[in-house]
Design a protein around this ligand. Structure first.
Ligand SMILES: Cc1cc2nc3c(=O)[nH]c(=O)nc-3n(C[C@H](O)[C@H](O)[C@H](O)COP(=O)(O)OP(=O)(O)OC[C@H]3O[C@@H](n4cnc5c(N)ncnc54)[C@H](O)[C@@H]3O)c2cc1C
Length: 324
């Protein structure tokens, strides 16, 4: 049971950075256990993309594609991952902390009788007993969770481990999926939000608060998002006022996000807001109040009027993009 199985979720056939991050993380745990890091990929992913996992220490990738795996479905996905864990004698199964993982990991946990830690923030601090760190109470405290079961499932918070290259020779093998994994659900159509980057997928988020003063002042925020290929978000009062849709609200009562770069524009940085964004890798804040709490959480801060600073920032980013 020294092997580690990593579920490498794909997005239209491509792996995101968070997947290479869990590959790095799972490989490190496998090294500590003296086992192999094995990935499982479901759905259509090109060979070159699968092989790219080798850069991060994966020595084997199991694949299953076809009708059953064309679109995400809980039951066949969970069954295939549990089957792969059994086939490869994996003692630890790793997921990213995505919405899809939230749907599948508990099912795999039941199938394998495996204890689960969701949204871990680092490597196990101890292998015996198996102890994994995670944030609790909306990021206000840390807990060390001891998993007593023989098998363990961990999902990793985005940006909490980073990418670590350990190039390995990688083999690709088909997983013979069992017919019993067939789902009673048939997906007949999928409609994707077009033209917008979804908050949970975004590597960069541009977020506005009450300091923007009205819905009419969002144009420079949307402009920055467009220049950077970012998603837009907002604080709760902004969505309560109806300036922006509720789907953009981040924080304790909204979406929890962990992008590489988070712009907090005209946002005070209340604890309930930070609960949803504090895992961002880099936070940039613009606020007129130099004592606003957001500056304590921010890596970079500009004290100034967002309506004056943002157009200049947009011009600078546009120029930089044109020149590079
Ligand atoms: C149970 C509970 C749950 C909550 N959940 C959430 C949540 O999920 N998400 C969330 O966001 N909030 C949440 N809140 C609300 C939270 O407490 C704050 O009230 C909210 O985050 C404040 O939003 P804000 O920063 O946009 O507005 P404000 O606190 O009004 O801050 C506006 C900021 O803009 C600055 N400003 C003003 N004019 C300008 C300008 N021209 N240029 C630049 N800066 C300017 C001001 O200095 C100020 O710092 C929750 C509250 C409770 C009680």
């Amino acid at each position: 049971m020294n092997n580690v199985l990593i579920y490498t979720e794909n997005f239209d056939g491509k792996f995101k950075k968070s997947i290479y991050e869990i590959a790095s993380y799972g490989s490190e745990i496998a090294r500590q256990l003296g086992g192999q890091a094995i990935a499982i990929s479901l759905g259509d992913v090109a060979e070159g993309e699968l092989k790219s996992l080798g850069t991060f220490g994966i020595s084997k990738v199991l694949t299953a594609s076809g009708d059953l795996f064309d679109t995400f479905q809980n039951l066949p996905y969970a069954a295939a991952i549990a089957q792969a864990a059994n086939q490869e004698n994996a003692g630890v199964i790793i997921f990213s902390a995505s919405n899809i993982a939230k749907a599948i990991a508990p099912r795999v946990s039941v199938k394998l009788k495996a204890g689960m830690v969701f949204a871990a923030t680092g490597l196990p601090s101890n292998l015996n007993p198996f102890t994994v760190p995670k944030k609790v109470f909306h990021g206000k405290a840390f807990a060390d969770v001891v998993v007593g079961s023989e098998r363990k499932i961990i999902s990793l918070s985005q940006n909490s481990f980073g990418l670590r290259e350990h190039p390995a020779d990688i083999v690709i093998e088909a997983l013979p999926t069992e017919t019993s994994t067939a789902s009673a659900i048939r997906v007949i159509d999928t409609q994707k939000a077009s033209g917008k980057i979804l908050l949970n997928d975004a590597e960069i988020i541009v977020s506005g608060g009450r300091g923007l003063k009205s819905a009419d002042n969002w144009q420079p925020i949307e402009e920055l998002a467009e220049i950077l290929g970012a998603a837009t978000a907002c604080s709760r009062p902004v969505s309560d006022e109806g300036w922006r849709p509720h789907s953009e609200h981040v924080g304790q009562t909204g979406k929890i996000v962990a992008p590489n770069l988070y712009f907090a524009l005209g946002i005070s940085g209340a604890i309930q807001h930070l609960a949803g964004v504090s895992s961002s890798k880099v936070i940039v804040a613009i606020n007129t109040d130099k004592d606003a709490p957001i500056f304590e959480a921010a890596d970079y801060g500009i004290v100034g009027d967002v309506q004056k600073v943002l157009p200049q920032l947009n011009d600078a980013f546009r120029k930089f993009k044109a020149e590079n």
